[in-house]
Design a protein around this ligand. Structure first.
Ligand SMILES: [Zn+2]
Length: 236
């Protein structure tokens, strides 16, 4: 990081990403440099969480000697497993999300023959079944009948006690259990998912900065800090 801040004065880095600045002039120079490097800078004197939840006034923040600015680099991206292009990271790991360049899925959460452990709304009994598909448009999850593992008795009792929370359907001669699972989870209506197996991930997470790709683990890694807490050291 230091190399990228060359020419700036009055800075000391404490504990990895705590940057202390000695004067207002030096802070301005730092901000110009950080903006050039692609950082966005938030004024923590106006931070809602600090003001509303913690009830810290700007004066109190100074008294506490905590950071007053937060700089962040938006560099997390996906790399599509099919076309290998760098793509957006938002929602990349949601069921049937597709690559904006080649259109292939980046992630399939529920696969045919995978399994799911879940509970009905307002129930604590874990139920484990094999999955057939998740129709996110309709908001239904389709499962194969037949419980997996132990506690079959409890699981069938739970089905018997909640007849409105599932439906048996037959598709092409195959009996399936249909339960409610919306794309956006709604606690009052949807099953609560504990675990799924079989999910397919068709992307890797990377950092992409100034046209260069970096890994999020190992080498080559991003040569600058992704987040920086900035302190004003001239208040006494
Ligand atoms: Zn792609």
């Amino acid at each position: 990081m230091n190399g990228y801040l060359e020419g700036l004065t009055g800075l000391t880095i404490h504990r990895h990403n705590e940057l202390h600045v000695r004067s207002e002039v030096e802070l301005k120079a730092l901000f110009t440099k950080l903006a050039e490097l692609g950082y966005t800078i938030n004024d923590l004197r106006k931070d809602k969480h600090r003001l509303e939840n913690r009830k810290w006034t700007p004066e109190r923040m100074i008294e506490l000697k905590i950071s007053l600015w937060f700089a962040k680099l938006d560099v997390t991206r996906g790399k599509c497993g099919s076309c290998k292009n760098i793509i957006g990271f938002r929602a990349i790991q949601t069921h049937q999300h597709s690559c904006e360049i080649c259109g292939e899925f980046t992630y399939i959460h529920v696969v045919d023959g995978g399994s799911i452990e879940f509970a009905f709304p307002r129930s604590a009994t874990p139920i484990k079944l094999y999955t057939q598909r998740w129709d996110t448009d309709e908001g239904y999850l389709y499962l194969y009948p037949g419980f997996i593992d132990d506690h079959r008795g409890e699981m069938s009792q739970c089905f018997a006690e909640n007849p409105t929370l599932w439906t048996e359907v037959t598709e092409n001669g195959q009996k399936l259990i249909r339960v409610t699972k919306g794309y956006e989870w709604d606690a009052s209506r949807d099953i609560h998912t504990y675990r799924t197996t079989g999910s397919i991930r068709n992307y890797t997470e990377v950092h992409f900065w100034r046209g260069v790709e970096y890994t999020t683990y190992g080498e080559p890694k991003l040569p600058v800090l992704q987040t920086i807490n900035i302190h004003e050291d001239w208040h006494t």
